[in-house]
Design a protein around this ligand. Structure first.
Ligand code: OMP
Length: 235
């Protein structure tokens, strides 16, 4: 069962003091935290451990994409760190995803393992430029089906694809959706954006939100507003 704590804050900072200045204002009951490539490269597993020790669920977003043996080892390391969620790139392929899922079988309380489908910063024109055929939403669905078959718990996608994915893959398969923008917020480099209310209504399980909160003059106020929007959409 998923609770009402649906927001995952993307801590895309460059140093520990900025992270802790933000995290000290937050409570584990009102959000989860995401550590991505930038922060992890600056501050490493020690900071992840500090966030876990403060009682937060941590999504380690390193988007592993490598040979199956290497990804299995990296996923195992993240489980040993005690994170709540970890991700791989679905485009790494079925064998790679399966190896990652297998690596977690040895753990009593493994992290949720999810696959990134097509990045929310990707537009149809980007796929065309890469000479990748087909529509984004079809590719997302195809990758999500492969991830489910490989034994993963869910996918990262845009909430624009959430309704279709929930209908095709069932309620238990988790949808983690970045590219969340409250009405009027700056899209930045994101292309496939959705409001918190629409994301929840369409079936997103967890909403990843970075800059709309972290760059706000009053981050806590924005988090509260988003949580209120989420709660009323869940009712
Ligand atoms: O895996 C992710 O978290 C991710 C996948 C994706 O498709 N798009 C995406 O934006 N993300 C991450 O989600 C966060 C979104 O941040 P904002 O655009 O600032 O809200 C960033 O930390 C991204 O690295």
């Amino acid at each position: 069962m998923i609770d009402n704590n649906r927001i995952v804050i993307a801590l895309d900072y460059t140093n520990e003091s900025d992270v802790l200045a933000m995290v000290d204002q937050l409570e584990p009951q009102s959000c989860r935290l995401k550590v991505g490539k930038e922060l992890f490269t600056y501050c490493g597993p020690q900071l992840v451990q500090k966030l876990i020790d403060r009682g937060f669920d941590v999504f380690l977003d390193l988007k592993y994409h490598d040979i199956p043996n290497t990804v299995a080892g990296a996923v195992k390391a993240s489980a040993e760190l005690g994170v709540w969620m970890v991700n791989v790139h679905a485009s790494g392929g079925f064998s790679m995803m399966k190896a990652a899922a297998e690596a977690l079988k040895a753990f009593d309380k493994p992290p949720l393992l999810i696959a990134v489908t097509v990045l929310t910063s990707t537009a149809q024109s980007d796929l065309d430029q890469l000479d990748i055929p087909g529509k984004i939403e079809d590719r997302v669905l195809h990758y999500a089906k492969l991830a489910k078959e490989a034994g993963l718990d869910g996918v990262v996608c845009s909430a624009q694809e959430a309704a279709r994915l929930k209908a095709e893959l069932g309620p238990e398969f988790l949808l983690v959706t970045p590219g969340i923008r409250p009405k009027g917020a700056d899209a930045g480099d994101q292309h496939r954006i959705v409001t918190p209310a629409k994301a929840i209504t369409d079936g997103s399980d967890y909403l990843v939100v970075g800059r709309p909160i972290t760059k706000a003059s009053q981050p806590l106020q924005v988090l509260r507003e988003i949580n209120t929007e989420v709660e009323s959409s869940l009712r």
